[in-house]
Design a protein around this ligand. Structure first.
Ligand code: PEP
Ligand code: MG
Length: 752
């Protein structure tokens, strides 16, 4: 059964046509479970009805679809219960969908993210019992099928609309990662290159495309040959045969001709390769011989390798439209950097969540982003018009003129709001009852400096030093780092610049320093790496201190602290380097050193930590992740990630209390600080400073200047009495809207 399950899932993952997938599944399942009938009903949510989409054992007439109400008979029972229904003695009068006699019935729901998409069922006309194993087989298959169906729903809607050359107005949900409205043309980034995900794309320069393909084919061939040679000692004769078979395919004129033929039909090389390899894979999967059947996955791998060489080894000149929306499974910083700044209108990623680092970067650049839009039919999107709503997390595919006009109006209002808020640049962040909150900016990019200066930021509250390390192909030297740090310190002097020591690990890796762990967020990251590698630590601290000579506006921050001993060790190392520099005859004030509070342990030890250093700064992105045990990058659980969770609020209160108890300042530099909805709470808690992306600063200042501290404290008290993050967020959104700041919580300018 496991083997069949794997085989079916593989087919489902690699086949594009959903009808084909469902047909194959019902055939195999009916056979495997010795049933008289196997069928799949999918829900048409618009009507709402169950529609028979595939069946084996009874005829299906595609011209006269069988529709049944959601509550009808045995299938309706599965819908109602939302779990498996297994009846071995069906009453003769039980309502079966096709009025056929049915004595044994097993039906399971197909559900994706709590939403029912259909029912997979089998039945027998004579008595029998479906045993536990059969039931769990069907349940497992339905779970796998659910994701594939939800993706194909979007895919199907687009294809249908294309055929009828109409606009789909199809909307998909993800998570808003950077507010704003982006309207533009999709440019699909292929990184994972699953054969079925390679988009169709038309090309103009056919000969250049054929050349690229030939080079990639040759590179894949060379790699396979080398692999065979390397492994030959350990290979059985059967396995060696396999390599020969691979090489035969790579050398085969037929394979090459098939791909070239498709390229000549204006298909880009990746699309042509994917289609041809998929054809081969299908042929292997249908073979009787088990050994060859299994080899279909090797063939797929071969296809992936050619795609890899097509994408990564051959530099491709990609033309970006005037308003580009980058779309992909995983968008990397380098993809973002590839697009000219004035052309990037938005980003959609099928993975990740609003606290993934790419979302943080998008916020810093002011680009709307939707993360975790898992059902997005990437392969169909290239060049399509898309609207990215970074507030709600909605992605509108091929919108109608009416929808397009509505969003264009909202985008115009957004721009107008930003322009309107410019008057705040020269004004202090002062509440209506006279309390001042310091506002700093976060940066990691040099382009962030200008933006921060132009809005009159009071300093840098978090400089993520990973960025200069990421763009190098080795650890940057003392001199190289010193130049970068000096530019930043000089630009802001005498305003403070808080530099965080290298925080790698987790989801931030350096290409030249790979860290492979099964659980990277609980592994070797931040200060743990630095203390294990004093050579990296001391080069960075030396570069920072030398850059600070004559300016004295540097502050140093330690990432991912979980234990006081880490602080003691780090302080001793910083002091040693400081003394060495003084010994060279330089005069310099010792920079303040602070600790980032990013893990629950640091909250509980807040007092001990605060007593050791000059300041604390809360990294609410990681703190939320660790308090709620929700991976900040995981789209599957992104709905659980909320900094408004009562536990997070309690932790923040405790940190402020412990820092102030030790007479130390405390700031917050996680994304929460730049969220206008959260600001009222943070100022009421008593944070001395908020540090955020430059794009949010004026909006945050607007909130602070609109509220009194008294009102903020009242709202905090109300929030702390609540037990649910959504209720807390709604309370604050209401308060902002009532105060005339509705434009900060939803798109557009109007304060609804
Ligand atoms: C945080 O965790 O809140 C933080 C500021 O650090 P980063 O997002 O870079 O992990
Ligand atoms: Mg962090």
């Amino acid at each position: 059964m496991l083997k069949l399950l794997r085989q079916l899932i593989q087919i489902a993952n690699n086949e594009e046509d959903i009808e084909q997938i469902l047909t194959i599944i019902v055939q195999h399942v009916r056979e495997a479970l010795h049933s008289d009938v196997c069928s799949i009903f999918l829900i048409d949510h618009a009507r709402p009805m169950l529609t028979l989409r595939a069946a084996d054992g009874i005829p299906v007439n595609p011209n006269e679809p069988t529709n049944i109400p959601l509550d009808k008979g045995l299938i309706g029972l599965v819908v109602k219960r939302g779990e498996a229904v297994n009846i071995s003695t069906v009453m003769p009068d039980a309502d079966n969908f096709n009025n056929e006699s049915c004595r044994a019935f097993l039906g399971v729901p197909i559900q994706y993210r709590r939403r029912l998409s259909g029912v997979l069922m089998v039945y027998n006309k004579s008595n029998r019992t479906y045993d536990e194993l059969e039931e769990s087989f069907l349940v497992t298959l339905a779970i796998q099928l659910a994701g594939i169906i939800s993706k194909s729903e979007a895919h199907g809607a687009l294809t249908q609309a294309e055929q009828q050359s109409q606009k789909t107005n199809f909307t998909l949900r993800g998570f808003g990662g950077s507010p704003g409205i982006g309207i533009g043309q999709a440019k699909v980034i292929c990184v994972s290159t699953k054969l079925s995900d390679v988009p169709d794309r038309k090309i103009e320069n056919i000969e250049a495309e054929i050349d690229s393909f030939c080079v990639a084919l040759q590179l894949a061939r060379e790699e396979t040959k080398q692999m065979e040679e390397r492994l030959s000692v350990n290979l059985s004769s059967e396995e060696r045969e396999l390599f020969h078979a691979y090489l035969k395919i790579l050398d085969s004129q037929a394979f090459k001709d098939e791909v070239v033929k498709r390229i000549r039909q204006n298909q880009w090389a990746q699309g042509a390769v994917a289609k041809v390899v998929r054809g081969y894979v299908r042929q292997f999967e249908e073979m009787e011989n088990e050994y060859f059947k299994e080899r279909s996955s090797d063939l797929r791998d071969l296809g992936h390798r050619i795609l890899f060489y097509l994408e990564s080894k051959i530099p491709r000149v990609i033309k970006y439209p005037k308003r580009t929306i980058l779309v992909g499974e995983e968008i990397a910083v380098s993809h973002l950097a590839d697009v000219p700044e004035d052309r990037l209108a938005g980003i959609v990623s099928t993975t990740g969540s609003s606290n993934s680092h790419i979302a943080i970067l998008a916020r810093a650049l002011g680009i709307p982003i939707v993360m975790g839009a898992r059902a997005l039919p990437i392969a169909k999107l290239h060049d399509k018009q898309i609207i990215v709503d970074g507030y709600s997390g909605n992605v509108h595919l091929s919108p109608s003129l009416k929808v397009l006009r509505a969003f264009e109006r909202l985008a115009r209002e957004e721009t107008a709001l930003d322009a309107e808020l410019k008057y705040l640049q020269q004004l202090p962040a002062k509440t209506t009852d006279g309390q001042i909150v310091a506002l700093y900016t976060n940066t990691g990019l040099m382009s962030g400096i200008e933006r921060s200066l132009s809005i009159n930021s009071e300093g840098i509250g978090l400089y993520r030093t990973e960025m200069p390390f990421m763009i190098c192909d080795r650890f940057p030297s003392v001199q190289e780092q010193q130049i970068i740090y000096r530019r930043l310190l000089e630009a802001f002097a005498p305003r403070p610049v808080t530099m965080r020591l290298l925080d790698i690990g987790g989801d931030k890796t350096l290409p030249y320093f790979p860290i492979k762990e099964s659980n990277p967020f609980l592994g070797w990251r931040g200060i743990r790496v630095l203390l294990d590698h004093p050579e990296i630590f001391s080069v960075q601290v030396r570069a920072m201190l030398q850059a600070n000579i004559g300016l004295n506006n540097l502050k140093i921050m330690l990432p991912m602290i979980t234990d006081v001993s880490e602080v003691d060790d780090a302080l001793a190392m910083i002091d040693k380097i400081y003394q060495e520099i003084l010994a060279e005859g330089v005069e310099m004030k010792k920079p303040e050193v602070g600790v980032m509070v990013e893990v629950p342990a640091a909250v509980y030890q807040g007092k001990a930590l605060a007593e050791r250093v000059d300041f604390l700064s809360v990294g609410s992105n990681d703190l939320t992740q660790y308090l709620l045990a929700v991976d900040r990058n995981n789209a599957q659980v992104a709905n659980l990630y909320s900094s408004f969770h009562p536990t997070v609020l309690q932790a923040l209160m405790q940190i402020v209390e412990r820092a102030h108890g030790a007479k130390k300042k405390v700031s917050i530099c996680g994304e929460m600080a730049g969220n206008p909805t959260a600001v009222v709470l943070l100022m009421a808690m008593g944070f001395d400073a908020l540090s955020m992306s430059a794009n949010n600063l004026l909006r945050v200042k607007w909130v602070i200047r609109t509220f009194s501290m008294r009102k903020a404290k009242k709202l905090l008290k109300a929030a702390l009495s609540m037990e649910n993050a959504t209720h807390i967020r709604k309370l604050l959104e209401r308060a902002l809207t009532e105060a005339g700041l509705g434009g900060l919580v939803r798109p557009g300018r109007r304060a609804q």
